[in-house]
Design a protein around this ligand. Sequence first.
Ligand SMILES: *Cc1c(COP(=O)(O)O)cnc(C)c1O
Length: 356
Amino acid sequence: MTARAKINTQALRNNLQQVRNAAPERSIMAVIKADAYGHGLISVARALEQADGFAVACLAEAQQLRDAGIQKPLLLLQGVLNTAELTQAQELGLELVVHRSGQIDLLEQAANTVPIKVWLKVDTGMHRLGVALREAQDCWQRLLACASVVTPPRLMTHLANADNVDDQATQRQINRFLDLPMATEAECSIANSAGILAWPASHTDWMRPGIMLYGVSPFPNGEAALSGLQPVMTLTSQLIAVKTLLKGATVGYGGAWECPEDMPVGIVSIGYGDGYPRHAASGTPVLVNGQRVPLIGRVSMDMICVDLRTVPEAHVGDSVTLWGEGLAVEDVARYAGTIGYELLCQLTGRVVFEVV
Ligand SMILES: *Cc1c(COP(=O)(O)O)cnc(C)c1O
């Protein structure tokens, strides 16, 4: 029995439209790194033809897109590491993030090349990638003077806490960015999904939505549906056994769950070998024939067990939804001690994808 991930391209397009509604008149750089958050890089890129550009993390992802004939602007979020990567990026016609001065050295050394579009990334508080505020002016001047760069460069930063709508650190990051002297002359980009939905002050020329495109809320207790978002991935499998266990019987490895009474239990063909999280606790919601039932016992490699007391008529072959339509991946993530982003990204090659 194989698990299936249905990818709903209509929902993807709806979610892109929600970005447009939240930030009208802005350009949209759809973030499709990590195999489009596990949804399938090429099919997502094709479905999002209304986006103004795509952002990916690394060269291999950009190469796949170009190999598939995707011609849109492509931004390499980590930029390049050395001259060989710079040459490859130029050949692929990419745009580069420049987040440290060593990357400007590479551009300065690349003489006689077709100028490349770059985005100077400034660290306004995330403290991951980006040049320090105090270096920004110097880096900007060097890029302006660099023959292998299309001028003026663009300017970006990344928000660290935008998913916490009460945290004023986000406003401070936005202020630091907009106070940069070159922010007035450059095309700018600040907002990720949480910025788009909760921080209008972060709306500048370019939006960089990721998770919201896939129909998932960026907020810890958010409901995507409230923002008009629709889940793109629905992960399903089937019941492969249904049995009655007697009071006191323990279920699965370690006997981690004990039946409080005689009860029907279903065995579903999905496990961590498919990317279903092993840390999903007893009580994690699962849909059997559209009805919410709790997972019981430990997640195994190929199977999980569910409590069927509220759906005693369920039988072998019935459909089971692990997340997606009818069951937000955010809900499942909470029971697994993680976030929807991670669950979407970690499905394995055993899952069969179907793009509709
Ligand atoms: C991943 C990423 C995004 C998208 O973030 P979401 O929270 O998924 O919207 C935007 N910008 C950068 C630099 C990123 O790395």
